[in-house]
Design a binder for this molecule. Structure first.
Ligand code: AMP
Ligand code: MG
Length: 414
């Protein structure tokens, strides 16, 4: 299958960008419930409606400096003014007496009739008057009403994830509450007869469940309410029971790990087909490849592979944009940067590979270093890495080649 860029993948494999586009479109098919919350509880939530400014900010013209407010056209040639009032921040001024100045402080409201502020460093003060030693331009050091925001202006669009400066901006207009989407309830299921939970004694043929805490932490970092439905045995019956439990628990989305390939011990697809609807995709991604997408009643379903490294990469690259779109978030693709590689690859692959890399200072700025162990079963490289570097299908990396880099800190937040 060909991507818009003309890259070709093995038959039956969907390109990552095409898959992400389809997942985002699927995510946008349904909208979460809306609730109104206090601004103090709105951080990191997604706006369900655009926020319009109910007033100008600043509401009134005020001084940007400690100094003297005066009317520029009325300044006498002596540049001396009688001080007729004092205007600290928080106190409403009287209109300016013609031909006088007002002692004013940062944030003080400009008296009617004044249009300019001279900073106090350019003033010589006497007992009741001031001489301006350097006359500023008319209008200087004044913050006009509406300089930041005009009444009625759309400040933030629907689908915006609220950050700290956005909360400050909303507060500056006097709004105490905002309409936001209710966080999605996302259920996690980990399939595998071999799985033990950390803390349990080890037995032969078992491995510990690393996907469970990893997925829970990712989902919590993205702002979802996580419902941990635990471990599921490798049988059709147990898998169907677990999916039914997820449906009756009221999950908005169910995310599973493992059991999604075509082996005899892989029951996720069949269980999903009998209880809901299945769309099975093989994606040209490494690590990763098989992903099950579908629905379970009202809930959406996304079945990730089992290998922990594949879970991490497919969760970050595929599940993240899907879930964020489903949460109503507008911009869901992660920030990416172009950074030169400080390594060479041995051979070109037929899928897009997401290498676990570190960002390291170099003579020209920064370069990417890849961890030596990129196996889909190994997690140490991911714990070591600063993020993911994209190597396209067919691409042979030489030192100095620019690669797209996505940092973990930006992928781990919504
Ligand atoms: P599967 O897709 O179920 O065949 O799993 C692929 C590989 O990932 C197997 O080696 C599994 O043992 C391993 N695996 C599956 N689930 C987990 C898990 N929750 N934690 C650690 N490894 C897992
Ligand atoms: Mg399995």
């Amino acid at each position: 299958m060909a991507e818009p860029g003309g890259v070709c993948y093995p038959p039956g494999l969907l390109g990552v960008d095409a898959a992400v586009e389809r997942l985002i479109a699927l995510g946008r098919n349904s909208m979460p419930a809306v609730e109104t919350v206090a601004l103090s509880a709105a951080g990191n939530r997604v706006l369900a409606k655009s926020v319009l400014a109910p007033m100008d900010v600043p509401p009134e013209a005020n001084s940007a400096m400690d100094g003297v407010a005066f009317c520029h056209a009325d300044l006498p040639p002596s540049q001396e003014l009688r001080i007729s009032q004092r205007v600290p921040a928080g106190q409403a001024p009287r209109p300016l007496e013609k031909g006088t100045g007002a002692r004013i402080f940062t944030g003080g409201i400009l008296p009617a009739g004044a249009d300019t502020v001279v900073m106090q460093e350019h003033c010589e003060f006497a007992a009741e008057s001031v001489r301006i030693t350097r006359v500023p331009e008319a209008g200087a050091n004044v913050r006009p009403a509406g300089q930041d925001v005009r009444c009625g202006q759309v400040m933030l669009g629907q689908g915006t994830r609220l950050t700290a400066p956005m909360l400050g901006l909303i507060a500056s207009t006097g709004l105490g509450t905002v309409p936001v989407y209710r966080p999605l309830r996302v259920a996690i299921l980990c399939t595998g007869d071999e799985l033990l939970e950390p803390g349990e004694p080890w037995r032969s043929a078992a491995i510990y469940n690393s996907n469970r805490p990893m997925l829970a932490a990712l989902l919590e970092g993205w702002g979802f309410d996580v419902m941990d439905l635990g471990r599921v045995a490798d049988s059709r019956e147990a898998t169907e029971q677990a999916l039914a439990a997820a449906m009756s628990a009221g999950a908005d989305v169910v995310v599973s790990s493992g059991g999604v390939s075509v082996g005899e011990e892989d029951h996720v697809k069949a269980a999903l087909q009998s209880l809901g609807a299945l769309d099975f995709w093989k994606i040209a991604i490494k690590p990763g490849k098989p992903v099950a997408v579908g629905s379970l009643g009202q809930a959406a379903f996304i079945g990730l592979p089992g290998n922990p490294q594949s879970v991490l990469v497919t969760a970050l690259v595929l599940a993240r944009p899907f879930l964020l779109a489903r949460q109503g978030q507008g911009r869901v693709l992660p920030h990416a940067f172009s950074v030169p590689a400080g390594f060479a690859s041995k051979r070109a692959g037929d899928r897009r590979e997401y290498l676990r890399v570190r960002l390291q200072p170099s003579s020209s700025g920064f370069e990417l270093v890849a961890h030596a162990q990129q196996s889909s079963g190994a997690l140490l490289s991911a714990a070591w890495a600063d993020g993911l570097a994209l190597v396209e299908a067919g691409q042979l990396v030489r030192p100095g080649d620019y690669l797209i880099f996505q940092s973990f800190p930006t992928l781990f937040i919504p």
